[in-house]
Design a protein around this ligand. Structure first.
Ligand SMILES: [Zn+2]
Ligand SMILES: [Zn+2]
Length: 115
């Protein structure tokens, strides 16, 4: 991630406009790379000995907390981007599910746009 990208991303977070990050070409490229690296397998289900196809890439340290890691597969020794299935992703973002359930949002954000 370049300094310019980080500045742009911080600005998006401040203005509550993070969705556009998910349209960045760099993100799309990286997302594909992570999915390939994990063989399109949900890493959380895998830990539980189950197999589920992943189609979402999740920021372990949430985008809003660590924009500097938004385009990093690794944070030191640990994975920062992991492939997950829809169900596991919902568990990873309970705050979003609650918002949706209580009707604060017009409609649910698509999984792709969740951080
Ligand atoms: Zn899963
Ligand atoms: Zn996520």
């Amino acid at each position: 991630m370049t300094e310019g990208q980080l500045l742009k991303l911080r600005e998006k977070i401040e203005t509550d406009n993070v969705d556009s990050f998910y349209h960045w070409k760099d993100w799309e490229r990286l997302r594909q790379e992570v999915l390939r690296m994990d063989h399109y397998e949900c890493q959380i289900c895998k830990e539980k000995g189950k197999y589920r196809r992943a189609d979402i890439v999740h920021h372990v340290k949430h985008l809003k907390d660590r924009p500097d890691l938004a385009l990093s597969i690794w944070d030191g020794e640990e994975r920062q981007l992991i492939s997950v299935c829809k169900r596991c992703h919902e568990d990873l973002h309970p705050e979003r599910t609650v918002q949706y359930r209580y009707g604060k949002k017009e409609k649910p954000l698509t999984e792709e746009r969740w951080d």
